[in-house]
Design a protein around this ligand. Sequence first.
Ligand SMILES: [Zn+2]
Length: 327
Amino acid sequence: MAKNYYDLLGVSRDADEKQIRLAYRRLARKYHPDVNSGQDDTAERFKEVNEANEVLSNAESRKLYDRYGENWRQVQQHGRGAATSGRRAQYQGGGNPFGDVFGGGADIGSMFGNLFGAGRRGGGRQRQQRPAPLEQSVEITLDEAFKGTTRALQVTGQTVCTRCDGAGSVDGAACPECLSQGYSYQPVRGEVAIPAGVDNGSRVRVTPGGQQVVLIVQVQPHPKFQRKSADLYTEVSVPLYDVVLGTEVVVPTLTGQVALTLPPESQNGRVFRLGGQGMPKLGTPSERGTLYVTIKSELPTSLTDEERKLFEQLQGLRKDTGGQDDK
Ligand SMILES: [Zn+2]
């Protein structure tokens, strides 16, 4: 993280919350992967801009960042309730950058319940103060978004103090183990299920060891498919002769391949809709979007003399019949 967060957002050090929010929205739109599919450096910029915003939009983390610069996280980790193992894990008070800007991020929480095992929640007394949810980015492939996937997660979670059993005191005196808090912070590991159909900005909420964690999904660009919510877009190159004469085309899908009949004299750029071959819909994965296939006609290169002559013959024939030019 060599770059300064203020420079990344293009704001001055004394920018107010609103200026930061506006700068972030502008850049997030500019670099959002939906807009810039397949361009690696914009995906990287998108990540940087998000990171800068996450830190600067939160008064607490911004203060730490202003004071300690890029080492602020290490400083924060010595503090209470701080996160954790993931590089991007951090305290986050409020604000949902994806939800605010794009509005599409479904909040998926209770569907999964507590995948870390309910036993760790602890009952006991009322907690004095509940830590803010930790937000952590998780990057997955399009195939993983298609099938659903899991990620190992380790966070610093709250656990009930074993010395005082959550009471905060032992024999009438303050518990020396937890300093009267009733709970302590322990690393908690677990596996998080990320459901089929998630998209950029989808939020998966889990509660390992009583610590709320919100995973914000980012889906990596795919070399073959572009995605717009549940629909996928792809291109298939077909040799000129096959486009003219008609053929059967093999189209890649995320589950394999399907055959498509290309009628004779199809035009370059023709789009076929394959219903049900897109992404599964979040929450109802049996429903799937559409795969749009664009046919690209491959023009021949490095013609042999004979081929050139045949093309010239064709050209002559078209001229005689007045075919192509006067359309
Ligand atoms: Zn205790």
